[in-house]
Design a protein around this ligand. Structure first.
Ligand SMILES: CC(C)(COP(=O)(O)OP(=O)(O)OC[C@H]1O[C@@H](n2cnc3c(N)ncnc32)[C@H](O)[C@@H]1OP(=O)(O)O)[C@@H](O)C(=O)NCCC(=O)NCCS
Length: 175
């Protein structure tokens, strides 16, 4: 089969950076190796070591996509309400989130993004998680169609703490 998904290790760092940087260049977003993107340069420390999971998708052996599952205690507050929690706007009731979902521009519209989402959702469900939080730049309209097809609903908005201070939609997906 052409498409394969697996958990990333630090041997994947160069490919992960290549894929995500291509998306940032596509949107003319700023890149911060020592700041907002520092997690990508030590995937094992930033994800596996704290109980989270970073995945890569390969197409015919080449890395074309990424996604991460973050796990946490349920965000306090009413389910689906936007609440301030530890200094950030968050979605009440969420106990996991999808992060870093990116597919290289050359690898899109072949089902890679959907496959990454399906894997993250399946892993979260299998371990008994209840609700997935999703924050997504308002310009990522392809992603919003994908999220909504999978049953996520928009519950609010915020300004991200990234270098571009990006406006984001907040979504919640019942698992
Ligand atoms: C959003 C994103 C991850 C989707 O990745 P993708 O691999 O293109 O996703 P898929 O291929 O699963 O689905 C995309 C579209 O291709 C279609 N598609 C899937 N397989 C296909 C195939 N074999 N042939 C033709 N179309 C196909 C899907 O139906 C979907 O259609 P839509 O555009 O009408 O919604 C990608 O566009 C991306 O990285 N965007 C920029 C960054 C981003 O938005 N990230 C999300 C951060 S929150």
């Amino acid at each position: 089969m052409s498409l394969s998904l697996r958990v990333a290790t630090n041997r994947d760092v160069d490919d992960v950076v290549r894929v995500i940087r291509a998306v940032y260049d596509e949107y003319s977003f700023a890149w911060e190796e020592d700041g907002y993107h520092a997690d990508l340069y030590d995937l094992e420390k930033a994800y596996a070591a704290i109980g989270d999971t970073f995945y890569v998708a390969t197409w015919q052996g080449e890395t074309v996509g990424t996604a991460a599952l973050e796990r946490f205690d349920a965000v306090p507050g009413e389910i689906g309400a936007i609440v301030e929690h530890n200094g950030f706007l968050r979605v009440g009731g969420a106990d996991c989130s999808i992060e870093r979902l990116y597919v290289h521009p050359n690898g899109r519209k072949r089902g890679v993004g959907q496959a990454l989402m399906n894997r993250v959702i399946e892993d979260a469900r299998n371990e008994g998680r209840s609700r997935m939080e999703i924050w997504s730049d308002k310009r990522f309209t392809d992603a919003h169609r994908l999220y909504e097809r999978l049953g996520a609903r928009v519950v609010g908005e915020r300004i991200c703490d990234d270098p571009d201070v990006s406006p984001e939609w907040g979504l919640l997906l019942d698992l």
